[in-house]
Write a protein that binds this ligand. Sequence first.
Ligand SMILES: Cc1cc2nc3c(=O)[nH]c(=O)nc-3n(C[C@H](O)[C@H](O)[C@H](O)COP(=O)(O)OP(=O)(O)OC[C@H]3O[C@@H](n4cnc5c(N)ncnc54)[C@H](O)[C@@H]3O)c2cc1C
Length: 445
Amino acid sequence: MGGKIIDTEVLVNGGGVGGLALAVKLASRGVQVTVVEQLKAESPQYKGELLQPKTLAILEDLEIIDRVLANGHSFSSLEFIELERQISEPPRKVGESCMDYESLATPYNYALMIPHETLKAILLDKLKQYEGSFRYIQPARFTGFKDGKALIRHTKDQSIEPIHARFYIGAEGRNSPTRNAMGLKANNRTYNHHFLTVTIPRPADFTTGKIVTTNHRFLGLFPLPDNKIRTVFLIKAGTYKSMKEEGIEYFHRAYEELCPELGEHVASLESWKDIQLMIPTMYHVNRYVVENLALIGDAAHAVHPMAGEGMNLAIQDADVLGELIAWMKRKGHFDNRLLKWYEEVRMPRAKFLLGLSHLSALAYSFPYPWWRRIRIKSIEQMEQDPALHVKQMLNISGLGRWDNTVLDRLIQIGAFPKRKHTVSRSKQLQYFFERTEDYPWEKEE
Ligand SMILES: Cc1cc2nc3c(=O)[nH]c(=O)nc-3n(C[C@H](O)[C@H](O)[C@H](O)COP(=O)(O)OP(=O)(O)OC[C@H]3O[C@@H](n4cnc5c(N)ncnc54)[C@H](O)[C@@H]3O)c2cc1C
């Protein structure tokens, strides 16, 4: 094994959204950071595109919000439409509800869709400002540790470069060699459904998020910039192959039935080659930190995509861990024991959002009519009961946490009447995370 030993304060294995956001945070605070990324070009694989309000606030702190807003499409409401299919008649609406980010007392009272690779490009571009603190090794793969150093295999000549760092961060996504080195396991939970996803052109007036369902079908529609729309179509697990055999017309028909205004746009898809199969999973490791190793993003947790949280959890992890390491640098003392703060802040929040996304996934997992009736009722109650509405939007926004009570759940299923009084701004602000909750170690100063 040849090559010189390089020292860096933080080595980030994986230059996805989580790893790059962490690098921007660290480099902007003068921490020496090296990122190793295995891909040599953009990834052709579809990944998360929805940014929640807390993430937008973090991107503001990283000084890239203007570019993100300019390259994204924001929307504040999400419509839920339930259709009844009739033989030889057009489908009939049996439920219609709308959840609104504008119910939140924050300037970021909206979500934003941005192509995944565009966000990565903005983060990488920002890192050019910090050339003195940032090194990017690409394409190269982190393969494991030896003698207390990370081994990086350069793709071009297969040479191995050992890198010594004060902290090693696993940000490699679902298959994480850092996680393996920490002796942690990701126990995958799978679902009875998969998704087909494709981006198609959208009509200019299709500007908000929409979820359209029938007893057996689910179509999520999320507007992207440049008059495009991300579509996510639920299929029964294991049926992808047989569906493909039916020809692309099957796909055209399904979309046209659920959302006729997209009919001509979906018809522009001539083959299955642009349509990607997405298999939802959920896991959560039981530790984020072992000695001077830590995990962020999908290396630590995978979340069902129903609530659009994947990228957000990764960037929110990066924010807390980055702030903590930058604080240690400022104090002049890197200490493994202080990494526990990161785990203490982020693990319960991620667990909560994994649970919330899982519940949302279950709501669309079973085709039974009684199950559907509960779902329709529950979304309707959430829309119309002010406390349920604010709690749901606050919880998915990442800005705070306001747990549902037993009474909330009873109202949600229609066993109790809806409340009429609105939730005051000051009341909901009590449940927003304060700086001292995001970065509790600062209290020690
Ligand atoms: C197929 C798919 C579909 C998804 N769909 C959605 C969705 O619809 N909605 C949603 O919210 N979320 C979705 N997600 C999740 C979301 O994209 C992730 O949560 C988010 O990208 C996590 O960011 P990350 O930085 O932790 O990991 P990733 O984005 O996975 O980035 C990890 C990076 O590490 C690199 N890497 C991996 N191993 C190594 C190594 N050994 N050495 C060097 N580099 C390495 C990879 O090339 C990659 O660039 C999806 C994820 C996948 C995989």
